[in-house]
Design a binder for this molecule. Structure first.
Ligand code: ADP
Ligand code: MG
Length: 151
């Protein structure tokens, strides 16, 4: 699915829809240049998951852990090797939910069945291309697409 995001509010709306549609076990990878709206989208997803403040993790400052296996992860400063050392695979239980910024730094560390959101800068606005890499993500994406079309 492709979504035109003319304003920051549209990015936030897409994030809310993604958050509302995702169930336990879902990981959303965000890909896009600095300024493309990854954090804006991530915050809206986390808002829909009803988490507001991160519990600081003493071990992994790049992994923000919220209650109930909810994570906001930023791989920005990592190379592929460092990302591999984070041990993300261990987080992906069937109850976990996560938003991963700079997911392209370590695509193989995401679950096989995930949503990938590519954000692009288009003039003053942004656009999102969303892809599902497995059947659970596909069902979520169909729901998001329907809701997005309805406005
Ligand atoms: N759809 C949009 N249209 C215009 N500006 C946007 C849009 N989405 C986000 N922004 C703005 O772009 C800037 C960078 O957003 P941010 O989410 O921090 O990007 P990133 O995390 O990818 O670096 C912020 O000022 C934000 O308000
Ligand atoms: Mg950011």
């Amino acid at each position: 699915m492709t979504a035109q995001l003319a304003t920051e509010e549209r990015t936030a709306r897409l994030g809310r829809l993604l958050g509302e549609a995702t169930m336990a076990g879902c990981v959303i990878g965000l890909v896009g240049e600095v300024g493309s709206g990854k954090t804006t989208l991530a915050r809206a997803v986390l808002g829909a998951w009803q988490v507001e403040s991160a519990v600081a993790s003493p071990t992994y400052t790049l992994i923000h852990t919220y209650a109930k296996e909810i994570y906001h992860i930023d791989l920005y400063r990592l190379d592929a090797r460092q990302a591999a050392d984070l041990g993300l695979e261990e987080l992906w239980t069937e109850r976990a939910r996560a938003v991963v910024e700079w997911a392209d730094r370590a695509p193989e560390l995401l679950p096989a069945d995930a949503l990938i959101v590519r954000l692009l800068t288009v003039g003053e606005g942004r656009a999102a291309e969303i892809e599902a890499t497995g059947p659970s993500a596909r069902r979520i994406l169909d729901q998001v697409e329907g809701a997005w079309r309805r406005g």
